[in-house]
Design a protein around this ligand. Structure first.
Ligand code: C2E
Ligand code: CA
Ligand code: CA
Ligand code: CA
Length: 278
C-alpha cells in the first residue's frame, strides 16, 4: 500500500489490496497463456429437435492451465475483459472456430459454429473487418460461422453497433441474441435488429414441464421468433421431460447436457463422424 498524503487518511483495506493483486497476476498469466497457446475451444452441439440432427455448435472458451487444469470462462473472463485482453483472446477464438468450421464442413458435416463475442471486444475491435480477414485466411464460408451477442452489446445502441450488425449480416454471418429473457433485451430489439437466432436462457427451460408460467413464456418467445423468421434455440436442456415438452411447444433447436457436454475438438470430430444425430 502507498503511504497516504500529508494530513490525509487513507483507509487500507487488505481485501481490496488482495483483489487488485490477484487481478494483476491473472492479467499477466492470461497474456502468457495467449503466447503459450493455452486457450482451447470446446464445442457443444445444437440439436434440431424433430430429427435429432446436429445442425450447429457453440464454441466455448477454456483455459488449459498448466498447473490447475481446465478452467471455465467465469474464472478468467471478467479479468480478460477489464484488462482488454479479451480483444486478442476473442479474435483468436473467432479464427479457431472458423478453422474448425472449415474442416468439419469439408469433411461433409454441414454445421455452423457460433462464437461468443464479449461487449468489450465488440466495441473495441472491428468485428466485421476481423471476420473478413478470418474468412479469407481459413477459407471458411460466411454461413459456417455465427456470433452470439448478449444484450449488453445493445446497452448503447449506437449507429456503429447497428452498422456492425448490418455488415455481418450482409457478409452472411449469423447473428444470435444470447441469454434472451434474462435482462433488458426487448422484443423490439429482436424485431428491429437483424438477428438470425434467439437463444432462450436456461432459466426458462428449467421445470418447463411442471411450470405453466415457464411454458407460457417459452411459447410466447417461440411464436415471436417464428413470426420474425428467426431460429429459436432453447439452452440448458438437461432432462428428457424438458426435451419432450419443448418439442410439444414446437421449439426447433435445443442445446444442453441432455444431448452433450461441450466437447474438446478431438471428441467432437469423433462424435460427428460416428453419429450425426443425438
Ligand atoms: P453462454 O454463452 O450462455 O454459454 C452457455 C453456458 O452454459 C456454457 O457455460 C455451457 O457449458 C453451459 N451449459 C450448456 N448446457 C448446459 C446445461 O444443460 N446445463 C447447465 N447448467 N449449463 C449448460 P461455460 O462454457 O462455462 O460458459 C459460460 C459463459 O462464458 C458463456 O455463457 C459465455 O457468456 C461466456 N463465454 C464462453 N466462451 C466464450 C468466448 O469464447 N468468448 C466470450 N466473450 N465469452 C465466452
Ligand atoms: Ca452463448
Ligand atoms: Ca446463453
Ligand atoms: Ca450466459
Amino acid at each position: 500500500a502507498k503511504a497516504a498524503g500529508r494530513g490525509e487518511r487513507r483507509v487500507f483495506d487488505p481485501a481490496i489490496e488482495r483483489e487488485s493483486r490477484r487481478r494483476l497476476r491473472l492479467t499477466a498469466e492470461l497474456r502468457n497463456a495467449l503466447a503459450q497457446k493455452e486457450f482451447a475451444l470446446h464445442y457443444q452441439p445444437k440439436v434440431e429437435l424433430t430429427s435429432g440432427r446436429v445442425i450447429g455448435l457453440e464454441a466455448l472458451l477454456r483455459w488449459q492451465h498448466p498447473v490447475f487444469g481446465l478452467q471455465p470462462p467465469d474464472r478468467f473472463l471478467p479479468v480478460a475483459e477489464q484488462s482488454g485482453l479479451i480483444v486478442e483472446i476473442g479474435a483468436w477464438a473467432l479464427a479457431e472456430a472458423a478453422r474448425t468450421a472449415a474442416e468439419l464442413n469439408r469433411r461433409g458435416h454441414a454445421v455452423q459454429i457460433a462464437v461468443n463475442v464479449s461487449p468489450v471486444q465488440f466495441h473495441r475491435d472491428d468485428i466485421p473487418g476481423l471476420m473478413r480477414r478470418i474468412l479469407t485466411e481459413t477459407g471458411a464460408e460466411p454461413g459456417w460461422v455465427s456470433v452470439e451477442l448478449t444484450e449488453t452489446v445493445l446497452a448503447d445502441r449506437t449507429a456503429r453497433t447497428l452498422a456492425c450488425f448490418n455488415a455481418l449480416r450482409e457478409m452472411g454471418i449469423g447473428l444470435a441474441m444470447d441469454d434472451f429473457g434474462t435482462g433488458f433485451a426487448s422484443l423490439d430489439q429482436l424485431r428491429s435488429l437483424p438477428f438470425t437466432e434467439v437463444k432462450l436462457d436456461r432459466s426458462f427451460v428449467r421445470n418447463l414441464d411442471r411450470d405453466p408460467v415457464q411454458s407460457a413464456i417459452v411459447t410466447g418467445v417461440l411464436g415471436v421468433a417464428h413470426a420474425l423468421g428467426i431460429t429459436a434455440i432453447c439452452e440448458g436442456v438437461e432432462t428428457e421431460a424438458e426435451r419432450r415438452h419443448l418439442m410439444m411447444l414446437g421449439c426447433p433447436v435445443a442445446q444442453g447436457y441432455l444431448f452433450s457436454l461441450p466437447l474438446a475438438q478431438e471428441d467432437l470430430f469423433w462424435l460427428l463422424d460416428k453419429h450425426a444425430s443425438l
